[in-house]
Design a protein around this ligand. Structure first.
Ligand code: ZN
Length: 632
């Protein structure tokens, strides 16, 4: 086969050989890129966990608990002995619910037992005052991967997916103590109740508009919206007092709440909650049930087989104790020298953003000043945190209990800890991601960026790579995260992370023109597994564009810069081989575009791309100068 030309397809040119060699593991939907790093970290840490449990020597009590949990999960004999009993006992709380009054009375118990509720109450950072917490209300998640699957145009896919779900749910329910007639009835009610929810709760695309989730309402108003549920009683049970204001994240759902949840529908709700609770419990029960519990996701993501027990045990334990495990990983495997070097790159990128904002033509001067202030105040979290959050002191469990009960007790500690936060200030030193996670993020509610140690590795970053390679790798990703401070969501939040309109109407108009041009670049592109929704992924595409713009400027000032190395490493970090089912799923769920487009679309907006590889009009990665978009 003839090799593709770089001028036509950068992604394939750079990654084809690697992709040909990659084998997607049976228990994963993808291979390559991020996944290679994640797998390596996982392998390394499983080795550490095994070594610690053998020697009994632990770096601290938190990691010790993580390793003990790892051992409990691996202990099959005990899980088999308990069977489904712990989960069946847990759902008996639903028997106490006979009307709206008893529902309100047992709301807290249901929440503590991790049973799906018609609406969730949680404590979050107040988007208008990021120093404070607020109480927010949101609708439940649905059985389908996203509420958008309940739309008319998704009928065919929906039927197929619900068919898969129903077959698996039938097998799981056959292992409960329900009669055959009841099993059928429960399933029928679950599907009916879920369809009603699905027509009203938000889709991923709607959730991607961050600020639209902020709808403060007086408690009296929300109470009347959810009547006859006794919201005041529920809130008092949860918090010990009545909060004045609530943030309603899904106004459409709550406006229609009474048509979803009422005395007539109560039985349906109970059956839906029962079925969901049993299926969600499977991961912590016998090996057969654990396999059944993950079968639905595996089927829709194209994953061949379940996660092997040892890996699952590590994933579960390192998830529960994520911060201590990440801290241990970071301290051991990510050195101070690298931390210093990478922090230098970050501030170089921030400074370059400042000068680019100063000279850009979207914002007026007063807005530019505020944008620069926002950059100056941006928090930078690189590697791993200095300390772990205080919740880890409370995450203690009884090793003699069943795995299900251990996980339930951990859930309860977390819920109560979160509820208690309502009267406390927020903690800006809290990390969004643990040190052993291969990812990065910008948090608009804090105005900070987080880069865990695990992503600060080749091909993203290495002290051994050239500066050009590091700029095309981690540099562009850092630039990406920082630019989220100025994307459609970030532009609505100020330097303290508060929703604040600091843009003029003119700023917004000029910005919108750029956003629309970016939507147009991607919208409707046909890929083998589906069509791209340009609006849904626009924030991420703008961030990729910003990341490239800022690092290319740094390249222009870097001695011995190699643009070839820059673009090649840019393509390398996005290398992926994925199951088509998974690609299709991401198209509907992920605010990021497919990797092939994330690689191939941004370069064509920049002259350096055309100059480096002599890209001409007849090449596939050419776009006319008047169609090129540069935002920041
Ligand atoms: Zn992003």
């Amino acid at each position: 086969m003839e090799k593709v030309r770089i001028q036509d397809d950068l992604f394939t040119y750079v990654n084809q050989d690697a992709i040909d060699k990659l084998v997607i593991p049976d228990d994963k939907p993808t291979a390559g890129g991020f996944q290679v790093l994640a797998d390596d970290v996982e392998k390394l840490m499983i080795g550490e966990f095994k070594q610690m449990s053998k020697t009994g020597v632990y770096p601290n009590e938190y990691v010790e608990r993580a390793v003990k949990l790892f051992k409990i999960v691996k202990n099959n004999r005990r899980k088999e002995a308990h069977g489904m009993k712990p989960a069946l006992k847990n759902v008996t709380v639903l028997d106490k619910i006979v009307d709206m009054k008893t529902f309100s009375k047992h709301y807290k118990a249901l929440k503590l037992r991790k049973i799906s509720l018609p609406f969730a109450i949680s404590v979050d950072t107040d988007m208008k005052d990021s120093k404070k917490h607020c109480v927010s209300l949101q609708g439940p998640s649905v059985i389908l991967p996203d509420a958008s699957y309940y739309k008319e145009e998704m009928a065919q896919q929906r039927e197929m997916i619900l068919g898969i779900w129903t077959n698996i749910a039938k097998v799981i329910l056959s292992k409960t103590d329900l009669s055959a007639d009841d099993q059928a009835k429960y399933l029928e009610d679950t599907l009916a109740f879920d369809a009603v929810l699905g027509s009203l709760v938000k889709t991923s695309e709607e959730w991607s508009e961050y600020v639209k989730a902020y709808n403060p309402m007086k408690v009296s108003k929300v109470a009347s919206m959810v009547k006859p549920v006794n919201l005041r009683k529920i809130l008092k049970d949860l918090f010990g007092f009545l909060p004045e204001t609530l943030i309603v994240t899904e106004p459409r759902y709550f406006k229609n709440f009474v048509s979803v949840f009422n005395e007539e529908n109560l039985e349906k709700y109970k059956h839906w909650a029962y079925v969901n609770a049993i299926i969600n419990s499977c991961a912590y029960l016998t090996e057969e049930l654990r396999d059944l519990g993950s079968a639905y996701y595996r089927a829709i993501a194209g994953i061949k087989s379940g996660t092997p027990l040892e890996k699952f045990a590590y994933q579960l334990a390192s998830g529960v104790y994520s911060e201590p495990v990440g801290l241990y990983y970071g301290q051991k495997y990510f050195g101070e020298e690298a931390k210093k070097d990478i922090t230098e790159i970050v501030y170089q990128i921030i400074d370059t953003y400042k000068s680019r904002i100063q000279s850009n033509d979207i914002l007026e001067q007063a807005t530019k000043d505020k944008a620069i202030l926002k950059l100056s105040k941006m928090g930078v979290k690189m590697g791993y945190p200095d300390k772990v959050q205080d919740i880890y002191d409370k995450l203690i469990f009884n090793e003699k209990k069943s795995l299900f009960d251990v996980m339930l007790s951990i859930h309860q500690v977390r819920v109560l800890h979160q509820l208690e936060k309502i009267t406390k200030p927020t903690d800006p030193t809290k990390w969004q991601m643990p040190g052993h996670m291969v990812n990065a993020c910008y948090d608009p509610s804090v105005n900070d960026i987080t880069f865990p140690a695990a992503i600060l590795q080749p091909p993203f970053y290495s002290l051994k790579q050239s500066r050009s390679e590091n700029l095309g790798g981690i540099g562009a990703v850092i630039g990406h995260e920082i630019s989220h401070a100025f994307d459609s969501n970030g532009a609505k939040c100020d330097e303290n992370g508060n929703i604040n309109n600091w843009w003029t109407a003119g700023d917004q108009r000029r910005f919108k023109t750029k956003v629309n041009a970016m939507i147009k670049q991607f919208d409707g592109i046909e890929l083998p597994w589906g069509k791209v929704n340009g609006k849904f992924i626009v924030s991420e595409n703008m961030a990729d564009n910003g990341g490239m713009a800022v690092t290319l400027e740094i390249m222009s000032k870097t001695p011995n810069a190699s643009y070839e190395e820059y673009f090649t490493n840019w393509a390398k970090v996005w290398c992926i081989k994925a199951k088509p089912e998974y690609q299709q799923l991401l198209l509907n769920l992920d605010v990021h575009g497919p990797n092939v487009l994330r690689t191939n679309m941004p370069p064509r907006n920049f002259p350096e791309w055309y100059e480096t590889f002599n890209v001409k009009k007849t090449d596939k990665m050419y776009i006319a100068p008047n169609k090129r978009v540069v935002i920041w």
